[in-house]
Design a protein. Structure first.
Length: 297
């Protein structure tokens, strides 16, 4: 009798364990898919401030879209449609129709323009913050770019810090965050954030930068830590798509981010096939699919 009861107990325990495993696995995958979400940049899929970006993002397989403020060049202001209520409502409708979330607003014009050289920089930032509020987006991307390279142009640092402090404080008052991309290493970015001393400024990390500079991308992430990184441009330079990139181990990236406790948007910017750069759907679909494969493990 005792043997029968013991056998029954063991059978029930093993059976329950086997039955619960698929659910536990699915729950873990579901948690990862919520923890890491994949977006694409509208300007890189050749749909800058176009309503068609939402449908294309869905066809690519992305969860979200990083909307650009529009081109800047030598203009006094961004070529920004989203100041107009008509376009705000149109884009919101398209986002709902194609089930695409807005991950962030980008000021990609500053890749080539100088933040410290613009007398009206506060007006440009104010335009971005108003767009963020209108579109209900919490994070903006601000690259310091070639003209704001603090490694090559250390003399601009005091003015850059002063301006970023003003920008960060403006964003913080609205409960928003400006993520900056710099040419500095992780230690340098930590020092820069200390100098800026504003809760509204964080780092918008880009894998490409440490990879091109020959730095350890995984150690850079760990040094910065989860609280300093608001979002990540999860790509390398153009050459090959992410599944074929030999110098970026995305499984190790996930392990690193998991260990840090970081969560958020992974935004696909580049990593296009150099032999087929303008194949938007092919390049970005491959990158998004691979990221989802890796980050849903």
């Amino acid at each position: 009798m005792k043997r029968s009861m013991l056998f029954l107990l063991v059978t029930v325990v093993v059976s329950n364990s086997l039955c619960s495993s698929p659910k536990e696995k699915n729950d873990t995958q579901s948690q990862d898919s919520e923890r890491y979400r994949i977006a694409v940049c509208d300007w890189m899929i050749l749909k800058r401030q176009k309503a068609g970006a939402f449908e294309l993002a869905r066809k690519i397989g992305a969860d979200g879209l990083e909307l650009d403020m529009g081109s800047l060049g030598k203009r006094d202001s961004f070529e920004n449609k989203l100041r107009e209520p008509h376009f705000q409502e149109l884009f919101k409708e398209k986002a709902k129709e194609f089930d695409i979330t807005l991950s962030s607003i980008a000021m990609s014009g500053f890749y080539a323009q100088s933040l410290v050289g613009r007398a009206n920089y506060l007006d440009l930032i104010r335009d971005c913050l108003q767009t963020m509020k209108a579109m209900k987006v919490k994070v903006a991307f601000l690259p310091l770019g070639t003209e704001g390279d603090l490694v090559k142009k250390p003399g601009i640092r005091p003015e850059m810090v002063r301006r970023l402090k003003a920008i960060g404080d403006m964003a913080a008052k609205e409960g928003l965050t400006i993520g900056i991309e710099t040419s500095l290493d992780a230690k340098g970015e930590i020092e820069l954030l200390k100098e800026i001393d504003s809760p509204g400024i964080k780092i918008y990390f880009n894998f490409q930068n440490p990879l091109v500079a020959g730095r350890d991308v995984y150690e850079e992430l760990r040094l910065l830590g989860k609280e300093r990184i608001c979002q990540i441009h999860c790509t390398d330079t153009d050459g090959v798509t992410l599944p074929y990139n030999k110098r970026l181990d995305l499984y190790k990236i996930k392990e690193t981010l998991d260990g840090m406790g970081w969560s958020g948007w992974l935004v696909v910017e580049r990593s296009r096939d150099a032999n087929d750069v303008r194949n938007v759907k092919g390049n970005f679909s491959a990158n998004v699919a691979y990221l989802k494969q890796v980050f849903s493990q």
